[in-house]
Design a protein around this ligand. Structure first.
Ligand code: MRU
Length: 359
């Protein structure tokens, strides 16, 4: 199994996704600032993986906090992580989980030893990792039935083991169908500008022996029009309460093309990606990354000097283009708003506080 991120004797170890597919190297983060740098530079990326990294980073930072300073350090570290990437809600969800645990420890025993708090935070971060892997397996079990023997599935970006604690969301569903013996083929969108499809999804599919072909993003519509795609399957960075979904830039175009060509589009995401505080997609903050990612690649400039680019990292697919949402609790069909409410029960325990300001 691909080990995206792990906790190793007071350090956070992660596969360096910037080096893939050419080199499989690991980085060891010994401070929480190392973890923040790994998130900012995309050494680790993908909504659930960023959430797990933040949880481990918070545990790591608190572990290194001097006696008497744990509480102030803890909240400052949480704030620092909250400033890393604004779109994927799993980050804020994970920070909230850590806060809930931290406050729970203090409330349950006001004079609790610092060591106990540190232990509890490490435990919570590891629990988040384990729960994510389990959720992905459940998504696979639910979602695999949407894939028929002989299907060709188009996917965008990387929603695989590398984007999660392991196994993957969209790629987890694909893995589950493959493990069941279904003969499937995957069309991998290269996913400009950072090529998460070409570099990461292609690497995962190749390793697993799942038949796959790389395409440029602009080929998708034509392949759908020619009847060569049975379904589109993507991950998500944030799903609003009404079902509108933010995912890697290019997903919206795929969704419109899928509807035009009567190809179903499924989103696979854990419940930690559903943000019930965000009512519609219009409220989802979209990360704008450096124009350098578009103007060049791997240090080589591809546009004329002095030329500028824009670089929104995500887009929002309105709910009307989404056929269903695959979660660990089952498949959510329309109307999403009502069914999302239902899947959370009454909203028990859902009180996120760390999200970035939305309009
Ligand atoms: O900018 P990235 O690489 O973090 O974007 C990742 C995506 O958009 C994924 O599709 C999404 O996080 C789902 S991952 C299970």
């Amino acid at each position: 199994m691909i080990k995206t991120i792990s906790w190793n004797e007071g350090a956070v170890v992660m596969i360096d996704q910037r080096a893939l597919p050419h080199e499989e190297r690991y980085i060891t983060c010994r401070t929480y600032q190392d973890v923040i740098a790994a998130i900012n530079t995309m050494a680790i990326r993908g909504a659930p993986a960023v959430g797990i990294a933040a949880a481990m980073g918070i545990a790591l930072g608190t572990l290194n906090a001097p006696e008497g300073q744990i509480e102030t350090d803890f909240y400052r570290i949480c704030e620092d992580f909250a400033r890393t990437r604004p779109t994927a809600v799993n980050l804020f969800w994970a920070i909230d989980r850590m806060k809930t645990r931290f406050e729970g420890e203090l409330v349950s025993a006001p004079h609790v030893e610092a060591e106990e708090i540190k232990k509890a935070l490490t435990e919570e971060a590891l629990r988040i990792l384990e729960e994510d892997i389990e959720a992905n397996r459940q998504m696979g079990a639910h979602g695999k039935d949407l894939i028929q023997d002989g299907d060709t599935i188009l996917t965008h970006c990387n929603a695989g083991a590398l984007a999660t604690g392991g196994y993957g969301t969209a790629l987890g569903v694909i893995r589950a169908a493959h493990e069941e013996g279904k003969r499937i083929h995957v069309l991998v969108d290269e996913t400009r500008p950072l090529l998460q499809g070409a570099r990461l999804t292609a690497w995962e599919m190749h390793r697993e022996g799942i038949g796959a072909t790389l395409i440029t993003d602009s080929m998708a519509g034509s392949l759908m029009q020619r009847g060569m795609v049975n379904l589109v399957l993507v991950g998500a960075d944030r799903i609003a309460a009404n079902g509108d979904t933010a995912n890697k830039i290019g997903t919206y175009s795929l969704a419109v093309l899928a509807k035009e060509n009567r190809v179903p589009l499924y989103v696979a995401a854990p419940l930690s990606t559903i943000d019930r505080r965000t009512r519609t997609g219009r409220e989802i903050p979209i990360e704008e990354r450096s124009e350098d990612e578009v103007l060049g690649f791997h240090g080589t400039r591809i546009a004329p000097q002095g030329f500028h680019a824009c670089n929104p990292a995500f887009d929002v697919t309105p709910k009307k283009y989404i056929t269903a949402i695959i979660t660990e609790k089952g498949i959510i069909t329309k109307p999403f708003g009502r069914k999302i409410k239902g899947i959370f029960g009454d909203s028990a325990g859902y009180r996120p506080r760390s999200g970035p300001k939305t309009s």
